[in-house]
Design a protein. Structure first.
Length: 129
């Protein structure tokens, strides 16, 4: 699954009453999804969606055409801080983090679902999102 962070601009979606509009944009795609987070903030309405990985591009393109800002959250690894201890790998159940043939940490962005468990697991705080 792919995690997408959506922002619906405040000038278009003024409150929770516009929730139906948001959901209808997504339902038109006929793609299964899970709403992980929904909140109203100063920028507008922020929604965190979990969609099938193979549908991320389709969802992204359709929603961007509707004026909805999308950010895909993935991790970044500071290679200078990373000591290749593997604690992040132990918690990564998608295989996005693994060791390469030289026992160095390897990150496969396309497998990352954005759960951020690895961020908390890193004893050196080498992983950020």
């Amino acid at each position: 699954m792919g995690i997408l962070d959506l922002t619906f601009p405040r000038n278009e979606f003024k409150g929770l009453d516009d929730y139906e509009k948001i959901i209808n944009h997504i339902l038109k795609l006929d793609v299964p999804f899970t709403i992980l987070k929904f909140n109203l903030n100063e920028s507008g309405i922020a929604v965190k969606l979990d969609v099938p990985t193979e549908k991320v591009s389709q969802v992204t393109q359709t929603l961007e055409k509707a004026g909805i800002k999308i950010k895909r959250q993935v991790i970044e690894i500071d290679e200078e801080l990373c000591i290749d201890c593997g604690q992040c790998i132990a918690l990564c159940n998608t295989g996005a983090l693994c060791f390469d043939e030289d026992s160095k940490l390897k990150f496969c962005e396309d497998k990352c679902v954005g759960c951020h468990l690895c961020v908390d697991a890193c004893p050196r705080q080498a992983i950020k999102y």
